[in-house]
Design a protein around this ligand. Sequence first.
Ligand SMILES: Cc1cc2nc3c(=O)[nH]c(=O)nc-3n(C[C@H](O)[C@H](O)[C@H](O)COP(=O)(O)OP(=O)(O)OC[C@H]3O[C@@H](n4cnc5c(N)ncnc54)[C@H](O)[C@@H]3O)c2cc1C
Ligand SMILES: NC(=O)C1=CN([C@@H]2O[C@H](COP(=O)(O)OP(=O)(O)OC[C@H]3O[C@@H](n4cnc5c(N)ncnc54)[C@H](OP(=O)(O)O)[C@@H]3O)[C@@H](O)[C@H]2O)C=CC1
Ligand SMILES: CC(C)=CCC[C@@H](C)[C@H]1CC[C@H]2C3=C(CC[C@]12C)[C@@]1(C)CC[C@H](O)C[C@@H]1CC3
Length: 510
Amino acid sequence: MTIQTDTFAEYVIVEYRWLIVIVALLPISLLWKVWSTFRNWLVFKLNSAPRMHDKKVKDVQRQVKEWLAGDRNTRLCTARPTWQTMSFRHGLYKKTSTNISVNLVDVLEVDTKNMTVRCEPLVTMGQLSRTLEPLGLALAVVPELDQLTVGGLVMGTGVETSSHIHGLFQHICLQYELVMADGSVITCSKDERADLFYAVPWSYGTLGFLTSVVIKVVPAKKYVRLQYESYTNLPELAARFSKESLSKEPHQFVEALLFTKDTGVVMTGDMVDEIGMDGKLNSIGKWYTEWFYKQVERHLKRYTAGDRQPVVEYIPLRDYYHRHTRSLFWELQDIVPFGNNIIFRVLFGWLMPPEVSLLKLTQPKTVTKLYDRAHIIQDMLVPIDRLEKAVLKFHEEFEVYPIWLCPFKVLNQPGQLRVKSGDWQMFVDIGVYGVPKAKGYETVASTRRIESFVVQNDGFQMLYADTYTTLEEFRQMFDHTLYDKVRDSLPFCKEAFPEIYGKVNRTVRK
Ligand SMILES: Cc1cc2nc3c(=O)[nH]c(=O)nc-3n(C[C@H](O)[C@H](O)[C@H](O)COP(=O)(O)OP(=O)(O)OC[C@H]3O[C@@H](n4cnc5c(N)ncnc54)[C@H](O)[C@@H]3O)c2cc1C
Ligand SMILES: NC(=O)C1=CN([C@@H]2O[C@H](COP(=O)(O)OP(=O)(O)OC[C@H]3O[C@@H](n4cnc5c(N)ncnc54)[C@H](OP(=O)(O)O)[C@@H]3O)[C@@H](O)[C@H]2O)C=CC1
Ligand SMILES: CC(C)=CCC[C@@H](C)[C@H]1CC[C@H]2C3=C(CC[C@]12C)[C@@]1(C)CC[C@H](O)C[C@@H]1CC3
């Protein structure tokens, strides 16, 4: 893909970004990983986290109270710099708001009796899966990129291949502790301040500052027995995917990757303790192994070449959970084009991936322009019965492959997500990340058409990426009834925080 660049320096930056990544970002990423692992280990060894928690919460309260005592002519947001976050863009509101430091990074307690873990909001998925694995436990839903934080996943949303059983990240959260705009600390759960509890997910930090969360854990086993089934026909693939997702005795994990409009691989998995006779061990997390989605594509190629048997593999559990981390799904291929080359993997694979935060921090303007014009990153969530129709629409507007398909259940609970009827409704996350090849693709116009398709089909958009909807459309997509009621009832809330739309729409993110 070529892009008009203004200067020779810009041309070099775009075409040879991999040089910057290899020479600077990978070594810095390594130092960062070593430091944070050491820091976490030390904190845990000294067992200071639980003791320090109340003190750290008091510090958040102090900052909010200082704002309260002042003239209150600014809004509040967390002080986490936006280059550090997984949200795709930089939030401009951070520059004009009072930044509250919520520097809470520790796992506080694993309760094996009640099968819960209590953690602070900056705990990452990587940190949590490392903590729980030696105890034979796992979160019921583990969003797959290591650097995603508990706070971001609660205030935004989180989805994974076990979500067809357990629901979204919000559905495995049992209790939130928050510092509110009036400086008080409150906890909420389905039995205590239920309105607030149900309004918190998808609220993007516009109700209060999250300081801890109690999350449900499940027993874990050593491996995932993963079965790959290839398809060369979309209706058949969609039917199989939906059947697996809706099954009364479902596999623990369901996922599919589409490599073209008509071809793809459906993967179903279950945790096991032993490697069976029907497949081999595949440690996909090792630095020298091929990127996961490339391995999946090879299964499809084998199938189209005539080998029609489904393939079974045994994948170590943590490797499975973080299977898309090493290649940032398939985004790294555009940044380090030879990243999956065997020689590169053997020599430097252990340094990969570069920290997303460093990629964001060092992203030159020219690359931002390129992403604005010729790159799409979107996750659209539609009822599973619209899967086929939606894939065809995505093909027409974007033509980006692979496409990520992940089923998830939305429980019929109060809050921003509407469900047609019954106790729950099955949805599918359709993730498109890459360079669109569709004729006539135009970022804003094409995304707007997809957004209205999603609204018309009773779906939602994930908000870590770009949303171009108007406020009216946004309120049509997400039910604000409970959210508005809660904001009205909380002292100083409307003064302290903008509405969700004010934090996520494209005009406030660059
Ligand atoms: C209640 C609880 C809370 C925890 N909180 C955190 C946390 O906030 N942050 C965090 O990083 N880790 C925490 N841990 C430890 C966690 O279990 C991981 O073992 C640790 O993060 C290192 O895992 P690793 O696989 O990266 O490295 P490993 O190779 O397993 O270990 C690296 C180093 O960590 C030490 N270590 C490993 N497991 C433990 C353990 N269970 N307890 C003490 N030291 C250990 C080892 O001595 C070794 O030197 C917690 C564990 C529990 C039970
Ligand atoms: N598999 C998946 O489910 C994936 C999910 N994502 C998305 O990525 C985002 C998570 O990224 P991450 O870097 O962890 O989070 P971010 O730092 O991007 O935070 C996301 C939002 O949550 C708010 N928030 C975070 N922590 C707190 C807190 N302690 N108190 C109040 N508000 C808070 C932030 O508020 P503020 O603006 O004030 O900082 C921000 O609006 C989510 O939106 C998620 O949906 C991305 C990839 C994969
Ligand atoms: C599974 C779900 C629901 C979402 C996956 C989303 C990811 C593919 C994106 C989340 C953050 C994105 C960023 C980039 C690529 C796509 C994500 C990993 C970049 C690394 C692309 C290059 C830019 O320079 C920086 C971006 C940071 C965020």
